[in-house]
Design a protein around this ligand. Structure first.
Ligand code: NAD
Ligand code: DAU
Length: 337
């Protein structure tokens, strides 16, 4: 099978491509990625000479380029998006363009070319905060950040293509991922890389917001299964194995790294910050998925990866885009990086 992966130079997309090519010798991947600040060809440099892999630099909003690739593939796995909640608070325009309009372009093109399978990678954030219990796939969507709202809009579009045209799309909603190749603006890599630099980690608000942590290698296994066996028109939650408050996670990581808790610096809260996410994953488990990695081992492996790949992340942290972003964001986090 030949698969069009969008956003494959990013964190989850690059882990997914590596997983697909190593576990299916008959699959080929075309990676359509614009290479935004979050897209990094180095994430897949080990595949440079792999004849079953190709990267095409393009924007998912460019219908002509999308059409050219869509004609060659049987399936699409759609990761490309603007993904950082804090950035969406500063400027939501690019989030609506990429996440909503970009998804619409892909759906139209995939429908026109008779693509057999379309996996739309979405997020638990579309459900909004869940003070108690677990979000189920049929729950109402109550997104609270511009990022989450743009993802919810794209989920609705995907559903409408299934209902209106019988288009064979599946939506996945996963919880917070962590693991290798995550851009160091997100909480876990920021915490780990700041700790290695003996810089403070800005903890938003009281730090008692609860997230459900999913190791990226378990996420990509779930996506692989859903690509093969997921039922068209269905939504699948993909949850992690470890729910905890942000403060607890920060303490655990610093302890494992042998760094002092004084590196945790409380800063004003993220506006609209969701208090808790929790997913019910019965549907996915019924399909045959269960996590393979224990949280503690995955967290230790992730620390080791960032320790062994300092040149990967220090280059990104020195980048102009990273510096400019933190100058703007400084207004509410007030701690140096
Ligand atoms: P990321 O920010 O690391 O990577 C996004 C990728 O998309 C980059 O390679 C970027 O260059 C590409 N891209 C952005 N705009 C594009 C455009 N217009 N055209 C083509 N390519 C474009 O993202 P990630 O964390 O790997 O997330 C991937 C997907 O998974 C997203 O859809 C996100 O909403 C979803 N998701 C992420 C998480 C998480 O914890 N990271 C959890 C749940 C869902
Ligand atoms: O839940 C899935 C989502 O997880 C994905 O859809 C998003 O694309 C992804 O970015 C992530 O969103 P979050 O906002 O949950 O992730 P982030 O890593 O930014 O923050 C995780 C938690 O840590 C959140 O409660 C905010 C907090 N935080 C984050 C940063 C960057 C801090 O306290 N300090 C920080 O500096």
């Amino acid at each position: 099978m030949k698969i069009l992966v969008t956003g494959g130079l990013g964190f989850i997309g690059s882990n997914f491509i590596r997983h697909i090519l190593s576990s299916h010798s008959d699959h080929q991947v075309v990676n359509l990625d614009k290479k935004t600040y979050a897209g990094n060809p180095e994430n897949l440099k080990d595949l440079k000479k792999n004849s079953r892999y190709a990267w095409v630099r393009a924007d998912i909003l460019d219908r002509k380029k999308v059409d050219r690739l869509m004609g060659q593939v049987q399936a699409v796995v759609h990761f490309a998006a603007q993904t950082h909640v804090d950035r969406s608070i500063l400027d939501s325009g690019e989030f609506v363009r990429t996440n909503v309009l970009g998804t619409q372009v892909l759906l139209e093109s995939a429908r026109a070319y008779g693509v057999k399978r379309f996996v739309h990678v979405s997020t638990d954030e579309v459900y909004g905060s869940k003070p108690e219990g677990e979000s189920k796939e049929e729950d109402m969507l109550l997104p609270n950040s511009p990022y989450a709202a743009s993802k919810a809009a794209s989920d609705h579009l995907v559903r409408s293509y299934f209902v209106t045209y019988g288009f064979p799309a599946v939506v996945t909603r996963s919880s917070n991922n962590f693991g290798p190749y995550q851009y160091p603006e997100k909480a876990v890599p920021l915490l780990m890389t700041n700790a290695m630099q003996d810089k403070p980690y800005p903890l938003y608000g009281d730090g008692l917001q609860v997230r459900d942590w999913l190791y990226v290698l378990d996420h990509v296994r779930a996506l692989d299964l859903i690509l093969e066996k997921g039922r068209p028109g269905e939504i699948y939650n993909i949850g992690g194995t470890h729910s905890c408050a942000n403060l607890e996670l920060a303490r655990q990581v610093l302890r494992l790294m042998g760094k002092p808790e004084t590196l945790i610096q409380k800063v004003p809260d993220r506006p609209g910050h969701d208090r808790r996410y929790a997913l019910n994953c019965d549907k996915l488990r019924a399909l045959g998925w269960k996590p393979e990695f224990s949280f503690d081992k995955a967290l230790r492996d992730t620390i080791t990866w960032y320790q062994q790949n300092k040149s990967w992340w220090s280059k990104l942290k020195k980048d102009k885009d990273y510096q400019t972003y933190y100058e703007k964001q400084y207004k509410w986090t007030v701690v140096s990086r």
